[in-house]
Design a protein around this ligand. Structure first.
Ligand code: NAP
Ligand code: GDD
Length: 373
């Protein structure tokens, strides 16, 4: 009998990579998605390709803010593994929708744990909780590991803090197999379009092809430990294969600023940026133009950017009421006990994202003009 895995948040970035991984491992995969007025399965459909239609892959409706729905889908599937990835996952948005964020991210996790307990699945079902480096927030130690104290800095971080501890509590109180993955930022071409990495790769690609003029961003100096989502979902699965539940930091151990991410992405299109001005008046100016990456599908003469163009500006709307300035993870426990190590390095990650978005921009130009200029 194939093992049954339930993924909440299957329509998100990690959901797509995890569904792919578990299908490849022979699981029956059930994906819970919430009902929206527009289709939210596009990313997943494109990523899984023909596997989206596999009889081992089933989608069902389920919203984490609705306990009858959570009880219903867990009770009908009776999964061996639950990966709780569903969340309002945007830190900045959590300041504008704190109550929804808490309902989904904090209470949603509790609803899953309660459903497993009340349905008598405590001995059968293993639970992965999508915890986050945002728990460390105003960091108390560098690098952060499983013993570093938490100090979240947003309604998102605080909601995830509840989720972290309620998973630990149900493990200690009722013996549930509930493990927290404290994952540092992970990105990919499937990353949501309003997170800074993807916003930058889409923006710079469109600027390169002449579809947009400028990218507007907030704090360029915050630093993140950036890995690839494909690597990180494999750690989720490894955590549930252990004999005992536990909590693990998953990170690369390397840190880069948002500014460096932008420079690295621009270089894929052949652009060297120079930063001029300070504070809100700071801007990223094209200081040099070289041949784009050989796989970019963009030649130097097709680049619609010239030296001196301002391609990055700062806008106050993208600053947060409180910021997480620096995150750097120490994943040595995961290396030791799970055998997990990241495979994709920062430059490779940025290149993969940028090449995908350059192709998307190229296609948009083609559709707009009826051919390449
Ligand atoms: P994501 O792309 O934003 O995906 C979030 C998923 O949650 C989407 O499928 C979304 O559905 C779903 N969702 C939102 N509200 C829901 C609700 N009320 N009921 C049911 N589903 C709901 O996030 P991700 O990057 O894949 O991250 C996966 C998880 O890991 C999240 O919990 C996130 O907080 C956490 N995490 C992410 C990172 C990272 O760097 N990516 C790091 C640490 C932790 P729609 O498609 O309909 O919006
Ligand atoms: N989104 C966004 N948009 N962020 C910007 C912008 C912008 O225009 N300009 C600068 N930033 C800065 C943010 O202030 C933050 O310091 C950094 O870029 C990263 O922002 P995000 O990409 O939105 O990610 P995040 O680090 O806040 O949160 C992500 O990682 C967490 C793990 O550390 C999300 O995926 C969370 O769900 C996840 O838990």
């Amino acid at each position: 009998m194939a093992k049954k895995a339930l993924i909440t948040g299957v329509t998100g970035q990690d959901g797509a990579y995890l569904a792919e991984l578990l299908l490849a491992k022979g699981y029956e995969v059930y994906g819970a998605r919430r009902r929206l007025s527009t289709d939210n399965t596009g990313r997943l459909r494109a990523h899984l390709g023909p596997k989206f239609r596999s009889p081992r892959f089933r989608l069902l409706y389920g919203d984490l803010t609705d306990s009858s729905s959570v009880n219903g889908f867990i009770g009908s599937i009776r999964p061996d593994e639950i990966y709780n990835l569903a969340a309002q996952s945007h830190v900045a948005v959590s300041f504008e929708q704190p109550e929804f964020t808490a309902d989904c991210d904090a209470l949603g996790t509790l609803r899953i744990l309660e459903a497993v307990r009340n349905l008598g699945l405590g001995r059968k079902t293993r639970i992965y909780q999508a915890s986050t480096s945002e728990l460390y927030g105003k960091v108390r130690a560098v690098p952060q590991n499983e013993g570093t104290p938490f100090h979240p800095r947003s309604p998102y971080g605080v909601s995830k803090l509840f989720a972290y501890w309620i998973a630990v509590n149900y493990r200690e109180s009722y013996g549930l197999f509930a493990s927290n993955g404290i994952l540092f930022n992970h990105e990919s071409p499937l990353r949501g379009e309003t997170f800074v990495s993807r916003k930058a790769t889409i923006g710079l690609s469109r600027i390169s092809w002449g579809l947009d003029k400028c990218l507007y961003l907030g704090n360029l100096d915050s630093k993140r430990d950036w890995g690839h989502a494909r690597d990180y979902v494999s750690a989720m699965h490894m955590m549930l294969l252990r004999d005992e539940p536990g909590d693990f930091v998953i990170a690369t151990g390397k840190q880069y600023s948002v500014r460096r991410f932008i420079e690295t992405a621009a270089a894929v299109a052949g652009l060297t940026l120079e930063w001029k001005g300070k504070g809100l008046a700071e801007r990223g100016v094209v200081a040099g133009i070289a041949a784009p990456h050989p796989a970019a599908g963009l030649s130097r003469h097709e680049l619609r950017v010239k030296k001196g163009d301002v391609v990055v500006r700062i806008s106050p709307e993208y600053f947060r009421p409180s910021e997480v300035d620096t995150l750097l993870g120490d994943a040595s426990r995961a290396a030791r006990e799970l055998g997990w190590r990241p495979k994709v390095a920062f430059k490779e990650l940025v290149e993969e994202m940028m090449l995908a978005d350059l192709y998307a921009a190229r296609k948009a130009v083609y559709l707009k003009t009826g051919g390449f200029r």
